[in-house]
Ligand binder design. Structure first.
Ligand SMILES: C[S@@+](CC[C@H](N)C(=O)[O-])C[C@H]1O[C@@H](n2cnc3c(N)ncnc32)[C@H](O)[C@@H]1O
Length: 195
């Protein structure tokens, strides 16, 4: 991986900002490099690490990225500028679940990495925003192994885990899905081409 991206990852780690795990970051980089999407939507900008991975892997891509955290977004903007990709970025500050309800555009790649308990609620809106033939990649779908455990969780993450299980079920009914046990679990969901 580009040493400038590694520096972003170290900054996030040193400042306790959650970003993609290394294996998942490599998967994202390879996937985007092979798909070469033109119009990417990301939920969960943080400091711009995953967004920068995608922009460097697909040099013609534009990125619309949403986060509600003002201070992370300020760092993300600086990072996009430093990497020379800011002219390809549109940052939207707000609650992603609300923002996507009125967002316009057609995206050929969506990276979902915001609030895990909201994936299920966001799915129908994201499906509308995704072009036929486009792909959505969702991170943390196995949530530390709990989602696949079959056990009814009794702890504070119960709602998130139950909703992620429902998200995986719903997504598999509507999209062409492959689950990867990489990092914290990645779901790759392709919108089937309409004939
Ligand atoms: C895991 S981090 C994203 C990491 C980033 N994708 C990366 O790997 O570089 C999740 C982000 O989602 C944001 N977030 C949480 N709830 C949100 C919401 N309701 N709307 C928008 N962003 C939200 C947090 O502020 C945080 O920056």
């Amino acid at each position: 991986m580009d040493s400038r991206l590694e520096a972003l990852e170290s900054y996030a780690r040193d400042n306790s900002i959650p970003v993609l795990l290394k294996d998942s970051a490599e998967f994202l980089e390879k996937l985007v490099a092979s798909l070469k999407p033109k119009n990417i939507l990301e939920i969960g900008t943080a400091i711009g690490y995953s967004g920068s991975i995608m922009l460097l892997a697909s040099p013609e891509a534009k990125l619309t990225t949403i986060d509600k955290n003002t201070s992370s977004l300020a760092v993300a903007k600086q990072n996009f500028e430093k990497l020379g990709v800011y002219d390809r970025v549109k940052i939207i500050e707000g609650d992603a679940t609300e923002v996507i309800k009125s967002l316009e555009g057609e995206f050929d790649f969506i990276f979902l990495d915001g609030p895990k308990a909201q994936y299920l609620a966001q799915l129908p809106y994201l499906e509308k925003l995704l072009l036929s033939g486009g792909s959505l990649l969702a991170d943390n779908v196995l949530f530390k192994g709990w989602v696949k455990s079959g056990v009814y969780p009794k702890h504070k993450h119960r709602t998130t885990i139950l909703r992620l299980r429902e998200f995986l079920k719903e997504a598999s009914l509507r999209l062409d899905c492959t689950l990867y046990e990489i990092g914290d679990g990645l779901l790759l969901a392709k919108k089937i081409n309409k004939k």
